[in-house]
Design a protein around this ligand. Structure first.
Ligand code: AMP
Ligand code: MN
Ligand code: MN
Ligand code: MN
Length: 276
């Protein structure tokens, strides 16, 4: 079993179409794949059809943007019914704030002397309803202003930088509720990436448990070995299911390719015990 339960396509901020993601995953030996675009499930039908052709199992997923204690937290939903009206309405609500936020990012960058960033970002966004900071970053790189997207985030797009604007995403209990309404399992994505104190992180997992959240990404393309160990302990302590995920966005932007993550520690109960 090679499970990879978090990645992106052109429906959000990935570089490959849903079908291309599935074919690349299959070529890399992935047997169980979840496509989890940001706040959007419209790539799943294409991914499911492609998965049938190449003979891998596609778990319908989504990565929902949540605001918690002033930080953006990502909650992945796995095994969702992507036609469920509660989930669709919730995601539509989250996406509706994105366009207005993109305009504010454009204005903030304009004020910092960067012209045309919004138009540039929109050229990179294959889905007009889903303009992400990643698309702004690609525009910077394409125009030669910065060498790579990581540098753009460090100088312009991370909190405290000129192109960062505050935004209110979904509430944690709403996001988990939509996932559950759609029959899915809720997973805290890449927990080491949040700039939380230990107390905030505890509060996040307490609130997540209180609304019935089931799992945590232990092995993630965004985690070091030490971070994976830290969240393996947390999964044990809190009795959470464990997920394994590349968070692949594209060849030039991801350090870990589809299916190339480390295995989960063998004593943890994998989240795919729910699907496979
Ligand atoms: P958004 O949902 O519009 O706030 O964009 C967040 C996305 O930007 C993430 O899902 C990543 O794909 C990307 N991202 C965030 N931080 C970084 C970073 N430091 N370097 C590269 N990409 C990043
Ligand atoms: Mn992303
Ligand atoms: Mn994420
Ligand atoms: Mn992601």
């Amino acid at each position: 079993m090679n499970a990879d339960l978090h990645c992106h396509s052109t429906v959000s901020d990935g570089w490959l179409t849903p079908a291309e993601v599935v074919r690349r995953a299959a070529a890399n030996g992935v047997t169980l794949l979840a496509l989890t675009d940001h706040d959007e499930v419209s790539g799943l039908d294409e991914a499911i059809a492609a998965a049938r052709e190449v003979g891998l199992t596609l778990v319908p997923g989504v990565e929902i943007s949540v605001s918690f204690r002033g930080e953006t937290v990502h909650v992945v939903g796995l095994g969702v019914d992507h036609r469920n009206p509660v989930l669709l309405a919730g995601l539509a609500q989250v996406r509706s704030g994105r366009d207005e936020r993109a305009k504010r990012i454009g204005e903030a960058l304009e004020a910092a002397g960067i012209r045309g960033a919004l138009e540039g970002a929109r050229r990179f966004a294959r889905n007009p309803a889903l303009v992400s900071r990643a698309h702004f970053a690609r525009h910077f790189v394409a125009t030669g202003l910065m060498p790579d997207v990581n540098t753009v985030f460090r100088h312009y797009l991370a909190r405290g930088k000129p192109g960062y604007v505050e935004h209110e995403w979904a509430k944690l209990d709403d996001a988990v509720g939509w996932i559950h309404a759609a029959g899915g399992v809720a997973v805290i994505a890449h927990p080491a990436r949040y700039r939380f104190s230990d107390a905030d992180l505890d509060a996040l997992f307490d609130s997540f448990a209180a609304c019935g959240g089931e799992a945590v990404e232990v092995v993630s393309g965004a985690h070091s070995e030490a971070e994976a160990q830290k969240f393996a302990s947390l999964a044990r302590r809190r009795g959470l299911l464990a997920s394994r995920a590349s968070d692949f966005h594209g060849e030039t932007e991801s350090s870990v390719d589809l299916g190339h993550c480390e295995p989960l520690p063998p004593d943890l109960l994998p989240v795919w015990s729910r699907f496979a």
